[in-house]
Structures are given as structure tokens and as C-alpha cells.
Design a protein around this ligand. Structure first.
Ligand code: ADP
Ligand code: MG
Length: 579
């Protein structure tokens, strides 16, 4: 959007410009271009804008510019409707503050212990982001003092009022010093919000971002015609070939969320579902897992996914076409976040096609028709991905057992064609039945398409930032001899395991930190991971029951085959150690 100018023109201090550059933001969004100068000049503002328009930076940057990091007292308060949003906004503001040493942002919300929040406040956090109820609690207990507060933000004001926080918001604003700035943001402007603005804001600048400007343009919008009874199968295939890190599948009802979510898990996809029936704390856990990579697919109803902001989401699937075009816009706004590319795919039944026209009229963008991948294409995609990993696996070595086993097998079965045997092994590793009755041309086609689209052939590890320096192999072996740092989990490529999911489980359920987790090698039915510091029996116990990609991890120390060892019993596959 060149009409919004550049960030340099907004008058932000250099430390904040540097942070924006680090985050990769190049041009301000419409609301940012208008709100930042107004707030920097000291005005109050009312911003009317939909989700996904970049409101957090619109108020977060000027908020930070107003703070003196040397003063260890609360100087700005942001109120948000939910604890999930409080955490998100606090994280975002902290990320804008990376070049402001000594600046601390604290999220406070109900349902979590008071004391740690109180301690952080007494240590001098300058920015507090919280739900109105908990902020008020802190005010009442005098653990939060308003004397130095110069900047207040009401984020998603309509949502806060809808959730019954009107009185709390009113009390917080009334307790703030007179000399202060207020920024109020809301997707809609019903009379109660107008009243809040009239009562507490001082001649605010009104900024409205039209719906058109909020339609996410970095999202490729597609649709596929799928009869209702084929939707689940189609979805599984779409997910199998998708290049997206994570996906959200929108369904209309709670029942559908459960049904579709369970169907995906049954097919070995790392999926979970959330709906209004799932408790809030449980929902948050699931969203955290999606964020960390422990989960790749979330099936959700519209209500349950409100406000969800997870950068990893590269694909939104509308399992049903939403009735309201506005719901559609809201749904597809879950992808294409943080300046990334996203795709939105809508399943329409042949009878529903007219609804698409309505959506196109509202979003003023046309939807591109695409075909659901065929089973042949799915298999081609998987095998291409598998073959792309062979060079890397060969590097790791420790193949003697398998070489020996193959040699023995071929010697015993002289009629077996080695290429046939490879094909069988590949089918087992890919873990599907193999495409049926397709002609050779179809197969060639599917394979070349899988190659063209990358076919997942990239190095997943380095792509996800888990790249580790090459290890000295002798050194690794010495380690093994003296008490192995390698651990083995009973989940592998066959289950769709990805390194991020394993790291997520080890750090989430196991309580390790990212630094504790070393190199990860994923094989067909298991994976090996370096944990140099080892694991306590409690952690092992907890992790044994943890499920990743729908399967229990069953973590144990790896004593697997070493060169020249175990080759005497090839039929058992990877040896289970000596004792
Ligand atoms: P809102 O609060 O309006 O829903 P957010 O502030 O959460 O929107 O921003 C939505 C997403 O867009 C976030 O992932 C954020 O990092 C990203 N974003 C915000 N401003 C910019 C920008 N100027 N350039 C690129 N990405 C941005
Ligand atoms: Mg927001």
C-alpha cells in the first residue's frame, strides 16, 4: 500500500524504527499510517478497524515512544477482552521494544496466580497489558499504581463490552490521572462505545479503516467443488500435499468440529479441534501447541477461533462456505499474518456455488477454482519428499545393519528384483496403500508436479530454524559409548512427525527449554533426539504418555544399532540394544 507512505515518515524514534525493520514490516498499514502520527502528537484517538489491520503496532509503537525506560513505574495500560489477547498483545509490544533496554511489558489476567504478577509489578514493569477485571484487582490491592500512567489503550472495546466489562473499563479509566492519552479501538461503534469515548476521551481523532482496506491481499483465495460426503477425504488429501506450516479448518457447528477433527487424527494427521464446548483453558493449550508446532491442523468453529493470531498458519480451509461474507473475511484473516503468504481454500458443494459470487462481491476479489489433489498426487508428493531426504539420511550413516539385511534377503530370495524390493520398502515408508489403477502417464505427471512444487524436498530442519552445526562423528560415538545423550521416540515420518512437533512436546509437556534439545533425526517409525543433559525419571514418565502426531511418544534412551552390531538378527529391524 504505497499510499500509506513509509515507516520513516511517521516520526518514530530510531529504536522503534530498528525494531520494525527487525520484524520485517516494510510499509505501514492504513490504521498505522493514521494512528501513529496522531498519537505521537499527543491526541486521543478512536480507531474503527477490523481484525488483521495491524492495530497492535498502531497503538503499541506510540505507546512505547511515550515511555521513559529509566522510570520503573507503570506508565501505560492496555486493556484487552481475553487473557489470550492480553498475552498476544504483550508479546507484540515486547517485540517492538527489543531496542529499548530496561523496558518491561507485563501481561496480567485472571485465572493465574496473583503473586508472580505482583512481583513483576514491584520490579518496575512500565507497560501492563491485561483484562479489565484483573487490572482492577491489582488497583484495588494497590499492587498496581496509576500515578505515572500517561497512556491507556482499549483494544477490541466492543468485545470487552460484550463480555460484560463495561463497568470495569469505566473504573480503570476513572482511576487514571487526568493528564493522559487514550486510544480506543473497536471493530464496530455501537452507542455504548460512543458513550465511553465521549466520557473518557478528549476530542479524539476518529480513524476509520474501510472493510476493503482490511481485506487481506496477501491471501490467495481459492475454491474447490466437493460433494458433501467427500469433504473429509478431500481435506485429508489437501493437508497431505500442503506446503503450509500449519492450517486452520473452519466448520459451522461444534458437532462438525469434533467429527472432522477426529477423522483427521484417525488418518494420522497432527490435528485437534476447538469449539465453544471446549473449556477456555483447554483451548488456550491447544492454540499454544499450534503456535509451537506441536500441532499442525486446528479444526475450529468461528466463535472458538475469534481473534486467533498464529503466524504459522499458511492455509485456511473453509469446510463449509460461511453464510455471511463477513464471516468469510474474518476466517481468511487467520492466515497471511505477519506479512507472510497465505492461502484460503473453500469447499463448496455444487448447490452452493452462488454463495461464492456474494463473497466475491463483498471482498472485491475473485476466487480461483482449484482441483483437490488425487490419491496419485498425494502418493507422488510423499515419495518425492521421502527421496529428497535420502541423501541427508545417508550422511548420518549407521546403515550396516540394513545393508546386511538386504543382502541376506536377496541371497535367500534370488527371484526378487531389487527395484521391486525398493518400491515395496518405499510404499511401507510412505505408509499408504499406493495409488490404484493409474496409467503410467498419470504417475509421471503426478511425480513431475510433485517435483515442480518442491514436493517437500527442502530440508525441513534448517527451514524451521533447528539447524545445528555439523557434528564431529567420532565425538558423537564417544558420547554413545559413555552413556548416550540420544533418546528415541516411537513416532516418525509415518506418523507425519515434524521436528517442531517433537520440540514442542519436549519443551511443553517435558518442561525442557529449546537449548536442551539437540539434533533431531526422523525415521519412518521413530525418531532420535539428542538431549545432552539427559532426562529425569519424572520427565520420562510424563513424556511416555505424551502424544505427538496422535501417538504416544514412548521416549526411552536409544541403544540402537551401531556399525557392525545387530546384523545377526536382521528380521527384528532396528536392534533394541544388548540387554
Ligand atoms: P489486529 O489487532 O488489527 O487484528 P494485529 O496487530 O494483530 O492486527 O496484526 C496482524 C498481523 O499483521 C500480525 O501478525 C502483525 O505482526 C502483522 N503486521 C502488522 N503490521 C504490519 C506491517 N506494517 N507490515 C507487515 N505485517 C504487519
Ligand atoms: Mg488486535
Amino acid at each position: 500500500m504505497p499510499e500509506n507512505g513509509t515507516f520513516d515518515e511517521l516520526g518514530l524514534p530510531p529504536a522503534l524504527q530498528a525494531a520494525i525493520a527487525d520484524l520485517g514490516f516494510t510499509t505501514p498499514s492504513a490504521i498505522q499510517a493514521q494512528a501513529v502520527p496522531a498519537l505521537l502528537s499527543g491526541r486521543d484517538i478512536v480507531g474503527v478497524a477490523q481484525t488483521g489491520t495491524g492495530k497492535t503496532a498502531a497503538f503499541g509503537l506510540p505507546l512505547l515512544a511515550s515511555i521513559d525506560p529509566d522510570v520503573h513505574a507503570v506508565q501505560a495500560i492496555v486493556l484487552t477482552p481475553t487473557r489470550e489477547l492480553a498475552m498476544q498483545v504483550a508479546d507484540a509490544i515486547q517485540s517492538f521494544a527489543t531496542h529499548l533496554p530496561g523496558l518491561n511489558v507485563l501481561a496480567v489476567y485472571g485465572g493465574s496466580p496473583f503473586l508472580p504478577q505482583q512481583r513483576a509489578l514491584s520490579r518496575g514493569a512500565q507497560v501492563v497489558v491485561g483484562t479489565p477485571g484483573r487490572v482492577l484487582d491489582h488497583l484495588d490491592r494497590r499492587t498496581l499504581k496509576m500515578d505515572d500512567v500517561r497512556f491507556l489503550v482499549l483494544d477490541e472495546a466492543d468485545e470487552m463490552l460484550r463480555m460484560g466489562f463495561a463497568e470495569d473499563v469505566d473504573r480503570v479509566l476513572s482511576a487514571a490521572p487526568r493528564e493522559r492519552q487514550v486510544a480506543l479501538f473497536s471493530a464496530t461503534m455501537p452507542p455504548p462505545i460512543r458513550r465511553v469515548a465521549e466520557q473518557h476521551l478528549n476530542r479524539p481523532v476518529e480513524i476509520t479503516v474501510s472493510r476493503q482496506a482490511s481485506t487481506v491481499t496477501s491471501v490467495r483465495q481459492t475454491y474447490a467443488v466437493v460433494p458433501h460426503r467427500h469433504k473429509t477425504g478431500a481435506l485429508a488429501r489437501v493437508l497431505a500435499v500442503s506446503e503450509a506450516d500449519a492450517a486452520i479448518v473452519f466448520v459451522r457447528t461444534r458437532g462438525a468440529a469434533e467429527e472432522v477433527g477426529s477423522a483427521l487424527v484417525e488418518r494420522g494427521i497432527s490435528a485437534a479441534y476447538i469449539s465453544g464446548d471446549v473449556a477456555q483453558t483447554e483451548r488456550e493449550k491447544i492454540v499454544d501447541r499450534l503456535r509451537s508446532g506441536a500441532l499442525d491442523v486446528l479444526v475450529a468453529t468461528d466463535v472458538a477461533a475469534r481473534g486467533l493470531d498464529v503466524d504459522r498458519i499458511g492455509l485456511v480451509v473453509n469446510f463449509d462456505v460461511p453464510r455471511e461474507p463477513e464471516t468469510y473475511v474474518h476466517r481468511i484473516g487467520r492466515t497471511g499474518r505477519a506479512g507472510r503468504e497465505g492461502e484460503a481454500l473453500s469447499f463448496v458443494t455444487p448447490a452452493e456455488q452462488s454463495r461464492l459470487r456474494q463473497i466475491e462481491r463483498t471482498t472485491r476479489q475473485s476466487l480461483i477454482q482449484v482441483e483437490i489433489p488425487t490419491p496419485v498426487e498425494v502418493s507422488a508428493h510423499k515419495v518425492t519428499g521421502l527421496l529428497a531426504r535420502t541423501a541427508e539420511r545417508k550422511e548420518i550413516g549407521r546403515l550396516d545393519l540394513y545393508r546386511e539385511a538386504i543382502a541376506v534377503h536377496l541371497a535367500k530370495n534370488p527371484d526378487v528384483d531389487p527395484v521391486d524390493l525398493l518400491a515395496v520398502l518405499t510404499a511401507l515408508a510412505v505408509g499408504d496403500e499406493g495409488p490404484v489403477a493409474a496409467s503410467g502417464d498419470d504417475l509421471d505427471d503426478a511425480l513431475s508436479r510433485a517435483h515442480l512444487t518442491g514436493g517437500n524436498g527442502r530440508d525441513r530442519d534448517s527451514e524451521r530454524g533447528y539447524d545445528r552445526p555439523e557434528r564431529d562423528r567420532r565425538n558423537t560415538n564417544t558420547h554413545i559409548a559413555g552413556g548416550s545423550p540420544r533418546w528415541r521416540v516411537a513416532v516418525g515420518h509415518r506418523d507425519g512427525l515434524q521436528p517442531g512437533a517433537l520440540v514442542g512436546a519436549l519443551t511443553g509437556e517435558g518442561g525442557l527449554t529449546g537449548k536442551d534439545v539437540g539434533k533431531i533425526d526422523i525415521f519412518g517409525s521413530f525418531a532420535l533426539v539428542d538431549i545432552p543433559a539427559g532426562l529425569t525419571p519424572e520427565v520420562i514418565d510424563r513424556l511416555a504418555r505424551t502424544r505427538v502426531a496422535g501417538r504416544p511418544l514412548r521416549i526411552r534412551q536409544d541403544t540402537g544399532p551401531r556399525p557392525g552390531q545387530g546384523a545377526s538378527r536382521p528380521s527384528h529391524g532396528p536392534a533394541r540394544g544388548r540387554s
